[in-house]
Design a protein around this ligand. Sequence first.
Ligand code: URA
Length: 248
Amino acid sequence: MTTCLYYNMERLDKYLAARGKGSRREVQKLIRGGAVTVNGTVCRSPEQKINPEQDAVTVSGQAVCADGHIYIMLNKPAGVVSATEDRHDRTVLDILPPELKRPGLFPAGRLDKDTEGLLIITDDGDFAHRMLSPRKHVMKQYVAKLDGEITEDMIRRFEEGVTFADGTVCQPAQLRVRSETDRTVGIVGICEGKYHQVKKMFATTGRKVVHLQRISIGNLYLDSNLPIGNAKKLTKLDIDSIFLVDMH
Ligand code: URA
C-alpha cells in the first residue's frame, strides 16, 4: 500500500530554486527550455504543482534530491543481481529509470538473482541497517511456489525454527498455504535475512522452491500496479509503514 494521506504540493520553480538549482528566474528559464522532467516527462510550466514526497524531478538528467534521502520501490525481475556493480550481470541499479538514479544508491538487503518482487533501493545507510536488523523484527513475506505440497508438519517446523545442515538455527517463521486449492504455494514470513534463507528452510523439509517472490517488508506491500522491472519513489509514509507494528 503506498497511499499518501496528505500532499504538500509545491510550485515546480519554487521547489527547484529552494534546492539550489538557481534563482527563481533562472529555474523558470530552465523549465521553459525543456531541461526539467517530472516523473520522466518534460515539464515546461514553472507554475506546475508537484508533490516533493512522491514526484521524481530531474534537471538536465540529474535527479533532484527532495529532502536528503531517496527511497525507491523496485519490482525486481529475475535475472538481475542485488548489487551496486557486477562484472557479468545487470544490477538492480542498472535497470532504474534515469530520473530515479543518483550517486550513493544501493539495495537495502538482497534478493537472489532468480527471486522477484519487492526491493528497496536507497542512499540511506541508517535506514537500511534498521530495516535489516533481526532485532527490529521487521517481517518480510514471500510467496514460494514449491515442487510439492505444504504439510501441517512443515508449518509446525517453521514455527519452531528450522536448523540448517551446518547447524545454523533460524528464528521461528510463519508459513501458511496461499489457498487450500493449491497447497504447493506458501506464504512465508521471516524476520531475518540469512543467505538463501527461504530456499534453505524449505530444503530442510525436502521441498524445492521453484519460484520465489517477496511481497512485503513490514507493512509496506509490493504495489500490485507496478509492473515487474519497474520502480517508483516511495513517500515518507511508505517508509514509516515498514516499521509499523501490527496491533493484533
Ligand atoms: N530467501 C531466499 O532463499 N532467497 C531470496 O532471494 C530471499 C529470501
